[in-house]
Design a protein around this ligand. Structure first.
Ligand code: AMP
Ligand code: MG
Length: 493
């Protein structure tokens, strides 16, 4: 790893230097070749294992924990910060630099009551989901590796510690800006410094001046909307959309009790501490906007309120357009009007409304008939739109409801010149394999019981090609067995 230290060198006062503490008897539980390439690494080796488990110092690393605050479940916590994630610096890769962080690397000045550690089960889940989302083309932080140990840690019972080696283009969160806005000194100088740094590092096409700030916030709104549109299209529930878990780059970030939908359920809640369903699957688009408003408020000392509000007002349109575009691809609805020559803006708007309705009606049918979201969409790739038979019908109870939907769908899809190619296109955007909670759980149980990580490796391999048929892995596409339905993940991680 070759580090630069821009954050560390330029943002004194935005972090605390802190050295990670080693985990004992470290061993690789998982390693991502794809993530490794991002920072110019090849294969794992013992030297790296010792560095990433904090047993040896990594040459060129600075080791620091960033300070930030955030709104947690709607309430403001004035000081959070990296309580268990220690950043080594920005590792230089062939296409840019990535922060390398040891999540679970030990206590920091921001640990409050926590021990600074991550338990194996949560480290494994973060590793698997980061790489799975990347393979699904969802903007996300990455995971280079997960390292197991025999260090005991206490949660509800005794468990063992592990470290996820997280790669992120940036660790700057909405909460960083909130911290300097809300802190007693209302430090606009620091706020400006942080905005300038963010722009200079990550929005290099913009200038660090009033015009640049305005455009920058607009782009943050847009990328957040895009990210959440992706989540909704693949049935991903993040679970803890606190503002301290929102990356300023619109990357999916800080994984806890996340889950992919099995059976489609608009109000699905994956976080068992979320009694009111604040972060239920269907609430995510609205929460994204709420979080952006908290960010906008924090930026109000340096960006005109009118400009902030104008940018916020573009959120919903961007999210809906992105979602619609992703869902059209999944369902094989032509992106533009069939008769594009005569397409006016009004006609396009009407078509958008019709398509949104078609998508919405399908999700209502899936929910009412208790069908699996991923598997149902995957079966779109078996449809011949010219045929009155549709494989999705086989599992429906509400046949009349489905028939009405399918007729409207067929009409909208229209003539398909090459059905095989059309079906192939559907399969290239509707994954066959997702990280179902029960699959992650099975991999975790094997490691807990016998240290056997072969299921984890198998799952990682499978999820790196989520769109490909992998006949020997067919079982992994199944709906969860009874014990794995509605698994509720603990927030203690
Ligand atoms: P999270 O829910 O993981 O986003 O964490 C919320 C806050 O709690 C962050 O400031 C974390 O750094 C901190 N935190 C979570 N778990 C621990 C832990 N075991 N030790 C110290 N801090 C933690
Ligand atoms: Mg967090």
């Amino acid at each position: 790893m070759h580090f630069k230290q821009d954050f560390f060198e330029q943002l004194d006062g935005f972090y605390s230097q802190v050295y990670p503490l080693p985990i004992s008897n470290p061993h690789w539980l998982g390693w991502s070749d794809d993530a490794a390439k991002l920072i110019g690494l090849q294969k794992p080796n013992n030297e790296l294992l010792m560095q990433l488990s904090a047993n040896y110092a990594a040459p060129g690393a600075s080791y620091y924990a960033q300070v930030y605050s955030g709104h947690q479940f709607g309430g403001y916590t004035p000081r959070l910060g990296d309580g268990r994630s220690i950043i080594l610096g920005e590792a230089i890769g062939p296409n840019g630099a990535w922060d390398v962080a040891l999540k679970g690397g030990g206590p920091t000045p921001y640990s409050r009551q926590g021990d600074g550690r991550a338990v194996m089960r949560s480290a494994v889940r973060e590793f698997l989901v980061s790489e799975a989302l990347a393979a699904l083309n969802v903007p996300t932080s990455r995971a280079l590796a997960v390292i197991g140990s025999d260090l005991p840690v206490w949660r509800e019972s005794q468990e063992t510690a592990a470290i996820t080696v997280r790669l992120a283009k940036s660790h700057i969160r909405f909460g960083h800006f909130e911290y300097f806005f809300h802190s007693e000194s209302r430090d606009a100088g620091k706020l400006t410094q942080l905005v300038n740094f963010t722009i200079q590092q990550h929005f290099t096409h913009l200038s660090a001046d009033a015009a640049g700030y305005k455009q920058w916030f607009y782009e943050v709104v847009q990328s957040t909307a895009k990210m959440i549109a992706h989540w909704q299209s693949i049935g991903f529930a993040h679970g803890v959309m606190n503002t301290d878990n929102m990356s300023i780059l619109g990357d999916t970030f800080d994984f806890g009790p996340f889950a992919f939908l099995d059976t489609f359920k608009e109000n699905f809640i994956c976080n068992h501490s979320d009694h009111e369903g604040r972060y239920a699957f269907g609430q995510q688009p609205g929460v994204g906007l709420w979080n952006l408003k908290r960010l906008a408020q924090a930026l109000s000392p340096i960006i005109d309120a009118d400009d902030l509000i104008a940018a916020l007002n573009t959120y919903q349109t961007e999210l809906v357009n992105q979602y619609l575009s992703l869902m059209r691809a999944k369902l094989g609805l032509p992106q533009a009007s069939i008769n594009s020559n005569t397409c006016t803006q009004a006609a396009q708007a009407e078509l958008d409304q019709q398509d949104l309705q078609l998508v919405g009606q399908l999700t209502v049918l899936l929910e009412a008939n208790q069908l699996d979201y991923t598997n149902s969409l995957r079966r779109v790739g078996q449809i011949d739109p010219s045929s009155s038979y549709c494989t999705l019908r086989d599992d429906m109870v509400d046949l009349a409801g489905f028939d009405t939907w399918y007729q409207a769908y067929q009409k909208r899809v229209g003539e398909v010149a090459d059905v095989n190619a059309w079906q192939g296109d559907r399969n290239s955007v509707n994954p066959k394999y997702i990280l179902r909670n029960y699959l992650a759980q099975e991999a975790i149980i094997d490691i807990e019981e016998s240290g056997d990580n072969s299921k984890l490796l198998q799952l990682q391999q499978l999820l790196s090609r989520p769109y490909d048929e992998q006949p020997e892995m067919e079982d992994f596409a199944k709906r969860p067995p009874e014990w794995g339905q509605g698994l509720i993940m603990s927030c203690s991680s």
